[in-house]
Design a protein around this ligand. Structure first.
Ligand SMILES: NC(=O)c1ccc[n+]([C@@H]2O[C@H](COP(=O)([O-])OP(=O)(O)OC[C@H]3O[C@@H](n4cnc5c(N)ncnc54)[C@H](OP(=O)(O)O)[C@@H]3O)[C@@H](O)[C@H]2O)c1
Length: 232
């Protein structure tokens, strides 16, 4: 895949999956804009000194002003929306604040970034690519028992992907998503030390699917929510 002279926004780009995506993009010749919330996160980021990387202290991407700051003046080819987070919890224990935190972090942030990306791409009349990150329970909602708020939020990401893909296809903007199962990340290994890590998809493997969907090599695929489950 060749991303030479192509600029990509990667939200959540300093996280576990995000860093693998950014690594792949840089190797393929892209330049990247990556937002962060906490200074320590930016300081830890391996690619912070790479001339092709722009780190922006955007803040919370569920906030419209933060999203406007991130996309201002970016010559956008693709926008990859990885920002999000998981919080387990049975419905009986989930109050309004916990529900809104899941919706804001996973769905509202994705919606606002899709909107900013589409507007930037429409203004440039150049088409583009958008890739969102849902999760397995979005495709298999019954597996979302015990994590209802997360499942609702990620189902929203999947539905947004399909509806938006139809809305902007004629403009040459292809919108897709991936739906990972539990990925092999340091945080998951720590949380589930007895699990069979071999069955979990590696972040580099999930990143490879994202990289294809966001690339110019993807010429016709749109509205897909691609399961990336590995052997799980
Ligand atoms: N890990 C898994 O097994 C798994 C499985 C299925 C789906 N997913 C999804 O895949 C994505 C990446 O997962 P990951 O394991 O790489 O997570 P991660 O390491 O925690 O990275 C998530 C990134 O998103 C950022 N972020 C979260 N909410 C944000 C917000 N409201 N505004 C701005 N930035 C925000 C985080 O920033 P901070 O550092 O500031 O928090 C972090 O940089 C997430 O959307 C997750 O839901 C993960």
């Amino acid at each position: 895949m060749d991303y030479t002279d192509r600029h990509v926004v990667v939200t959540g780009g300093t996280g576990a999956l995000g860093a693998a995506v950014v690594d792949g993009l840089l190797k393929a010749g892209a330049s990247c804009t990556i937002p962060y919330r906490h200074e320590a996160e930016a300081q830890r980021f391996d690619h912070r000194d790479n001339a092709k990387v722009t780190l922006i202290a955007a803040g919370d991407l569920a906030d419209e002003a933060a999203v406007a700051k991130l996309y201002a003046g970016v010559p956008l080819w693709a926008s990859i929306h990885i920002a999000g987070g998981f919080a387990p919890g049975k419905l009986a224990d989930t109050d309004r604040a916990a529900l809104m935190a899941q919706l804001d972090g996973n769905l509202v942030s994705c919606f606002l970034c899709c909107r900013a990306a589409v507007n930037a791409m429409l203004a440039a009349y150049n088409g583009g690519r958008i890739v969102n990150v849902a999760a397995r329970p979005a495709l298999e909602p019954r597996s979302g028992a015990g994590m209802t708020a997360y499942t609702i939020a990620k189902s929203g990401v999947a539905t947004l992907t399909m509806a938006l893909a139809e809305e902007v296809a004629k403009e040459g903007i292809l919108v897709n998503a991936v739906a990972p199962s539990i990925m092999d990340t340091p945080a998951n290994r720590k949380a589930m030390p007895k699990a069979d890590f071999d069955k979990w998809p590696k972040v580099e493997e999930v990143a490879a699917t994202i990289l294809f969907l966001a690339s110019p090599d993807n010429r016709v695929t749109r509205g897909a929510v691609v399961p990336v489950y590995g052997k799980a």
